[in-house]
Ligand binder design. Structure first.
Ligand code: NAP
Length: 249
C-alpha cells in the first residue's frame, strides 16, 4: 500500500517516520516548496504544487497511491480543500490529520480575531511593540501599521523589502520559555500576534505572554469548507492507515 502524505508540519514528519518501515507500506511525502531549506521527512519526498485540485487528482491517478493523508498546517486552506476534492474524484481514501488549537489558561489575555485583516485593525488598541509570528505571507498586511514597531519572526525573508517599522527576525522553532521571555524583554515588546497553530513547538510565546501579562492577538483558524474524516494525532493516523484493507498489488 502506498501512502501520500501532504506535509509541511511536524506531524507529517512524525507520521512518515512511523509508517516508513512498516512492512507492506511505502510512503511519499509532499512539500509545497515554500521554505528555502525545509526540514525533510524521512523516506521519499516530492516538492512543489500539484496545480490545484485537478492537478492533484491527475497526480493521484498517474502515481500508484492508495491512501492520501493530508497533514498540512491548519492554516493551509487551499491544499486542504484540493485534497478533499481530488481524493473524491479519484476514489482514494483520504484522512485529514490536524493538531488541535491552543486552549487559554488562567492569566491569559487572548483576543481572538477571525483573520489577518481584523488583527491589523485591532492591534493598535492592544500594544505598540509587537511580536508578530504569523508568517511571511501575512507581513504585507502590516505594512500600513506605521504607528507600531513590529518584530516579525519568520523562517524565510519575504522577497519585497520591508518598511522601517517592521524588523525581521529570521528563526525557526522550537522555542523555549526562557528564550521567549528574553526576546520580549530585550525588545520591550508589549503584544504578541499569532495564529492558533497549536502544538508544543511554538507555544512558549504564549507561556511567556501569560507570565509577563501581555495581551495575545490570536488569529482564528480558517473555517473549512469541507469536513473530511479527521484525526488530531499521529497515533490515530497510524491506526487509521493500518486498519485499511491492503490493496492487491
Ligand atoms: P495553501 O495556501 O493551502 O496552499 C497553497 C498552494 O501550495 C496549494 O494550492 C498547493 O499548490 C501548494 N501546496 C501546499 N501544501 C502543499 C504540499 N504539502 N505539497 C504540495 N503542494 C502544496 O498552503 P500554505 O498556507 O501556503 O502552506 C504551504 C505549506 O506550508 C503547506 O504544506 C503547509 O503544511 C506548510 N505550512 C503552512 C503554514 C501556514 O501558516 N500556512 C505554517 C507552517 C507550515 P497547487 O495548487 O499548485 O497544488
Amino acid at each position: 500500500m502506498r501512502v501520500l502524505i501532504l506535509g509541511g508540519t511536524a506531524e507529517a514528519r512524525d507520521l512518515a517516520a512511523r509508517l516508513v518501515d512498516r512492512p507492506g507500506l511505502s510512503v511519499i511525502s509532499s512539500l509545497a516548496g515554500r521554505v528555502a531549506d525545509p526540514r525533510l521527512p524521512v523516506g521519499e519526498v516530492r516538492i512543489g504544487g500539484f496545480g490545484g485540485a485537478d492537478g492533484l487528482a491527475r497526480w493521484l491517478d498517474t502515481h500508484p497511491v492508495d491512501v492520501l493523508v493530508d497533514a498540512t498546517h491548519p492554516y493551509a486552506a487551499r491544499i486542504r480543500t484540493a485534497a478533499v476534492t481530488a481524493a473524491a474524484q479519484v476514489g482514494v481514501p483520504h484522512l485529514r490529520l490536524e493538531r488541535p488549537g491552543w486552549t487559554a489558561r488562567p492569566g491569559d489575555r487572548w483576543h481572538r480575531v477571525p483573520d489577518v485583516a481584523a488583527a491589523v485593525r485591532e492591534l493598535p488598541a492592544l500594544g505598540r511593540r509587537v511580536l508578530l509570528t504569523t508568517g511571511r505571507q501575512s507581513l504585507a498586511a502590516f505594512r500600513p501599521s506605521t504607528g507600531l514597531w513590529i518584530l516579525a519572526r519568520v523562517v524565510d525573508a519575504p522577497d519585497e523589502p520591508l518598511p522601517q517599522h517592521i524588523r525581521l527576525l529570521r528563526s525557526r522553532g522550537p522555542y523555549t520559555l526562557a528564550g521567549e521571555l528574553e526576546l520580549i524583554r530585550t525588545h520591550r515588546l508589549d503584544v504578541v500576534v499569532t495564529k492558533d497553530s497549536g502544538g508544543r513547538l511554538t507555544e512558549a510565546k504564549l507561556d511567556a505572554a501569560r507570565q509577563l501579562g501581555l495581551p495575545v492577538l490570536m488569529i482564528d483558524r480558517p473555517v473549512p469548507a469541507v469536513h473530511p474524516t479527521t484525526v488530531s494525532g499521529v497515533d490515530e493516523a497510524v491506526d487509521w492507515v493500518s486498519a485499511l484493507p491492503v490493496q492487491p498489488g
